[in-house]
Design a protein. Structure first.
Length: 105
């Protein structure tokens, strides 16, 4: 492995992978329709369309994850370099957040 990736054997595929796999089916049916074949003809081609959709979705998921990680690192680095702009806040307690409640009986 050339990149530093974490090993996640049980990680489910992202939503884009599932979506793009499903998008492969209409492309397969459309190619059969445009070629005036039965809509369910050439099943191996349909599987190729679905595989290509899954591969594209997997790439897109990893691309968006990488972009989000880079953005988060930039933000965290800025916060670390400018601590005076981001004072440490105490966590609020429920008694400070909730309004007083007086039930009418």
């Amino acid at each position: 492995m050339s990149e530093n990736k974490e090993f996640e054997p049980l990680r489910a595929p992202g939503m884009m992978s599932i979506y793009c796999t499903g998008v492969g089916v209409p492309f397969w049916v459309a190619t059969n329709y445009l070629a005036k074949r039965p809509l369910n003809a050439r099943i191996p081609v349909g599987l190729l369309f679905m595989g290509a959709g899954f591969a594209f979705g997997k790439w897109f998921d990893s691309f968006t994850l990488k972009r989000a990680k880079e953005r988060d690192l930039i933000i965290l680095d800025y916060v670390r370099q400018h601590p005076e702009d981001f004072p440490e806040m105490r966590p609020q307690k429920y008694k400070d957040v909730l309004l007083p409640w007086h039930p009418q009986r």
